[in-house]
Design a protein around this ligand. Structure first.
Ligand code: PRX
Length: 658
């Protein structure tokens, strides 16, 4: 599919030749390419010397990546002060759209700067200093953006935990990063469901204290209890209050000054931690640093969405995930964009909600996940056609492979065949897009993330680690660093090296398989490890298994993925109960609850089946390939000659749950 000429004509990159030329410079002379982009930002102290300093080859010593390493800057200053100083104080930074369609507001750059300065002073008054970690567990409200930018302003490292995570998951993240302060809210409505965030936060803090770490303060925003649209809520919602640590956001802000000199940070000082599932089951604290992330967030946002000043941009992600960090907060603000920030869900009050918002704010750049598109497809075209959507120009997707059917629905129905579709491949670790079409020039193929972004040098490796030239399939790897790539795992640099740089020394290994077709297009084929992508959320099978075996009646558990028409993939669990225990409906319910409790509601398994025995090799390794086939009901098992006891498989097929 060719980009519409109306988009090409005005886009930052109009032709493939222009893309190729810019791409060539970005990989052959990265210092020159990124150095020029850096000139558009404010650095307190300019950088001298080479742009990059790095070693990706573990055989040559420690892996490290640094860029602009002697410069100083502040990302919050570049997001806010710089735009206000250039005359954009009255530009809308965010249109905030509440869960309830009657509930909305907006904030200008100037007002956002004021609020951020105030909260920066609040954090300081609570004793937070440069380098300290602040946990944020909040719904999609403007105070979340204020809290994260305030951390960035004073040099504190924010660690945002998605509001759908359980108390246990929140506490383990607070503990790992030894956060001093937690910022949260009373609660939030998602559709008709009320989520009592404060009580989850209370439980998490109790768990932390039991483990020997207490936060010094828990700042609570009154969101639903002080909301005039949701007045009836406060009548029955009671919030617990622990005088020793709980502090009211509103009270603290009232007396705070709106002036706060930013902390001038070294380029390679940490900016934020964001936890992502690890294949060993323990989440990894991915650490991003100030300048490289700043340049990459801004540049990818500008080119991938072909963002132009004055346009309205809408990313439906939650800021609790990397997509929200880079493409709701940092990227758009660095480009002085006007964004829509949405608190609710695509199905409330009905399946037209996104398009009602698009028409209300005249959104031209829209970014969502394949799982959202698939869930809307179920309602047909009518809820979409009801709205004009005529302002739309670029439609992006992220988080999981998009099936061609969903891609075509996005293009034909949602985009009216007059938008560019950008399927963006990237990860928490990459900071921003690494494979993506450019909306003004890249001819697209449904299901392909097409070509590399500027500065990205992908390769495909065989099992033996040999680069495959031309068409072929294998492991996706990257050969050069780029500014936005993660620098380390918080507190565990060895794990960083082991996870991403050891399998194929000399390359960054993201953990995805891919193929290249005869035209050079890259197609992501899915994870090569034991991670499962449920609705765009990566889950580690090991983490789910460890929740299941915590149950006193469970002897062993193995979790695999099963294709799912909306979620993309879902969890299918095989559970062996202890001798004398019974596998029944009650147990299934308890096990689902265990996983919810351990991780969060979004990780609830769809299937749990009785497995009197698991297929294993003679050396005792569980044969997941066989289990995946059982889950799918596919009796074509391939080579099973290494299986210790083949009779278990028939029993598994008999016990299969549909
Ligand atoms: O497997 C890839 C898949 O999501 C993983 C990254 O997950 P996470 O760190 O949670 O970040 C998600 C948002 C960037 C990748 O390793 N993935 C992400 N985008 C795509 C994708 N798979 C295929 N196509 C995509 N566009």
């Amino acid at each position: 599919y060719l980009p519409p000429t109306s988009i090409s004509e005005v886009s930052h990159v109009k032709t493939m030749d222009q893309y190729k030329e810019m791409y060539k410079q970005s990989v052959e002379e990265p210092g020159k390419f990124w150095g020029k982009i850096a000139e558009t930002f404010y650095f307190k102290k300019q950088h001298e010397g080479e742009f990059f300093d790095y070693n990706l080859d573990i055989r040559k010593g420690e892996v490290y990546i640094r860029c602009l390493s002697d410069a100083t800057t502040n990302i919050c200053y570049n997001c806010l002060d710089r735009n206000v100083k250039s005359g954009h104080g009255d530009t809308i930074a965010f249109y905030w759209e509440g869960n309830d369609p009657m509930d909305s507001t907006s904030i200008t750059y100037k007002k956002l700067l004021d609020e951020v300065c105030k909260f920066s002073n609040v954090l300081k008054s609570l004793g937070v200093k440069k380098g300290d970690r602040v946990a944020i567990y909040m719904p999609m409200i403007l105070e979340l953006v204020v809290a994260m930018l305030a951390c960035a302003r004073i040099g504190a490292v924010h660690s945002i935990v998605f509001g759908g995570f359980s108390a246990e998951a929140l506490s383990s993240r607070i503990l790992d990063a030894k956060c001093d302060v937690l910022v949260t809210a009373d609660g939030v409505y998602r559709g008709t469901k009320l989520i009592d965030l404060k009580s989850i936060a209370d439980e998490a803090l109790e768990l932390c204290t039991k483990d020997g770490h207490s936060v010094s303060a828990c700042v609570v925003v009154k969101h639903i209890t002080a909301n005039s649209v949701l007045q009836n809520v406060s009548a029955f919602f009671t919030m617990s209050w622990n005088k020793a640590v709980d502090r009211s956001w509103e009270d603290l802000m009232q007396s705070a000054s709106n002036e706060c000199e930013p902390e001038w940070m070294n380029s390679e000082d940490p900016l934020f931690i964001l936890y992502t599932s690890g294949s060993t089951g323990i989440p990894k604290g991915v650490l991003h640093h100030v300048s490289g992330y700043m340049l990459y967030a801004a540049t990818t946002h500008k080119y991938t969405f072909d963002y132009h000043c004055g346009e309205v941009y809408f990313c439906t992600a939650d800021i609790g995930w990397i997509t929200g960090h880079t493409y709701i907060t940092y990227g758009p603000l660095l480009n002085c964009a006007t964004s829509v920030m949405f608190e609710g869900t695509p199905l409330f009050p009905d399946a037209s909600r996104y398009w009602a918002i698009v028409d209300k704010y005249k959104v031209s750049k829209f970014y969502t996940a394949p799982t959202a598109i698939r869930s809307l497809m179920k309602y047909g075209e009518e809820p979409i056609r009801k709205y004009s959507r005529s302002s739309l120009k670029v439609l992006g997707t992220v988080g999981e492979p998009i099936n061609p059917e969903a891609w075509l629905f996005y293009h034909k129905v949602i985009g009216n065949e007059s938008c560019s579709i950008v399927d963006t491949f990237w990860q928490t670790e990459t900071g921003g897009h690494v494979l993506t079409p450019f909306p003004g020039c890249t001819p697209t193929k449904p299901g392909s993330a097409t070509f590399p972004f500027f500065g990205i040098v992908p390769a495909i490796l065989s099992d033996e680690g040999v680069e495959i030239e031309g068409p072929g399939e294998g492991y996706l790897v990257f050969k050069q660093p780029w500014p936005g790539m993660m620098r380390t795992v918080f507190g565990d640099h060895k794990r960083f090296e082991r996870t991403y740089f050891t399998k194929f020394p000399g390359y960054y290994v993201p953990g995805d398989g891919c193929k290249r077709d005869e035209d050079g297009y890259i197609w992501i084929t899915g994870r090569i490890d034991d991670m499962i992508n449920v609705s765009g959320h990566l889950l580690s099978t090991a983490e789910v298994e460890s929740s299941l075996i915590e149950h006193p009646q469970v002897a062993e558990a193995a979790v695999v993925s099963k294709p799912h028409s909306v979620k993309g993939e879902c969890l299918y669990c095989f559970v062996t109960v202890l001798q004398g225990s019974e596998f029944n409906k009650e147990l299934v319910k308890e096990l689902k609850e265990k996983v919810r409790h351990h991780i969060g509601a979004f990780s609830t398994p769809d299937y749990i089946q009785n497995a009197p025995g698991l297929p294993k090799t003679r050396s005792g390794k569980i044969m997941r390939r066989v289990l995946r086939n059982v889950a799918k009901g596919n009796r074509d098992l391939g080579d099973v000659s290494t299986m210790a006891d083949a009779s278990v498989v028939e029993v598994l097929f008999q016990n299969r749950v549909e």
